[in-house]
Unconditional design. Structure first.
Length: 342
């Protein structure tokens, strides 16, 4: 996990693993106008990491500090927050966008254990710096494993563009996240579990969604997920999928969406076979599940896959257009011959 994340929240996000938090180089490269650098404490596990990678004990309290660098010629405002890490639908550990729901195995959210000290929005002077801090309070009861999250920093700049007749306000939001990894006790061996398997929509495309759960307090990296779904009536495979490079945060779930593409959802009973592996571990799952007539009709109707023209409709339009052109030519020839006779 060695990373500081920089994002521009207007259609672009950039992840820079292993980025050294040197403010001059960072600002020149991304033209954000500010950067951040963690002040690493003595209980840092790996000193070469630029994020907080800390060994913690039961009940420990610790203040962590980060320096915000402003290289612009004017004061700026930066908002800070603590986010609990989750695994997003692309199989990537997410630090920027908080999850709407969490896996039931997550008992200690890092956003509840680490709190920003002072105001959450601070002013950083032109060509100056500002040190901000959070206070971490570990649970009073022993825990074994990794708590993962991010310390989020966001700058918002408003710019007015347009003419006198039309004034449009465009807002650019630039943000950083510094990883926050707290390790306590003994880190457990990873164990993955297959969660719910059901029909649904993924980005408005009809799909089978198989939830892969990591109920253990450990990061599970570099996973290959191979999935086959077979219609039990026809014994034909309706989906074959292989995804690589999946990373799962501790105590999270990965909604593995398997799109049907041109196929429609058909009611019936199906069987999912899934193999999940990396260099150290391998898990195999099988699950029968049912798609009801109501669910198939609902998702087939709501999917954007239905909003385009099918190939047969396009062929039909082409045939009609050809006939109309042919009739037009025949009519012109007939009119020309009639006028010639007259």
């Amino acid at each position: 996990m060695g990373l500081i994340v920089l994002s521009l929240i207007v259609g672009v996000s950039v992840v820079q693993p292993g980025l050294a938090a040197r403010h001059h180089q960072t600002t020149q490269q991304n033209d954000v106008g500010f950067s951040v650098a963690a002040q690493l404490p003595k209980n840092q596990i790996h000193e070469e990491h630029t994020f907080f990678d800390l060994k913690m004990t039961t009940g420990q309290q610790q203040t962590l500090k980060t320096t915000i660098y402003n290289v612009t010629n004017r004061d700026i405002k930066v908002q800070t927050a603590i986010h609990t890490a989750n695994t997003n639908g692309n199989g990537v550990i997410e630090y920027i966008n908080p999850a709407a729901t969490f896996d039931r195995s997550l008992k200690n959210q890092i956003s509840h254990l680490a709190k920003v000290q002072g105001a959450q929005t601070v002013s950083v002077p032109a060509k100056g710096t500002k040190v901000v801090s959070i206070k971490v309070r570990m649970p009073a009861h022993p825990i074994n494993g990794v708590l993962l999250g991010g310390w989020y920093f966001k700058r918002i700049t408003d710019k007015s563009t347009g003419t006198v007749e039309q004034n449009i306000n465009v807002t650019n939001e630039y943000s950083y996240v510094i990883g926050l990894k707290l390790t306590s006790g003994t880190v457990p061996t990873p164990k993955l579990v297959l969660g719910t398997v059901k029909a649904g929509l993924s980005n408005y495309h009809r799909s089978i969604i198989a939830a892969l759960r990591n109920p253990t307090a450990v990061i599970v990296p570099n996973l290959k997920v191979r999935t086959v779904i077979v219609n039990q009536h026809t014994r034909q495979a309706v989906i074959r999928s292989t995804k690589k490079g999946i990373m799962m945060a501790p105590n999270t779930f990965f909604k593995n969406a398997l799109p049907l593409k041109a196929q429609s959802l058909q009611p019936g009973t199906y069987e999912l076979s899934m193999t999940v592996s990396n260099h150290e571990h391998r898990w195999q799952f099988k699950r029968k599940f049912h798609i009801s007539m109501a669910a198939a009709q609902q998702y087939n109707h709501e999917a954007v896959d239905n909003h385009g023209m099918s190939m047969w409709i396009l062929i039909g339009i082409g045939v009609v257009a050809t006939l109309l052109v042919g009739l037009g030519i025949v009519s012109l020839v007939w009119l020309w011959r009639r006028r010639s006779r007259d």
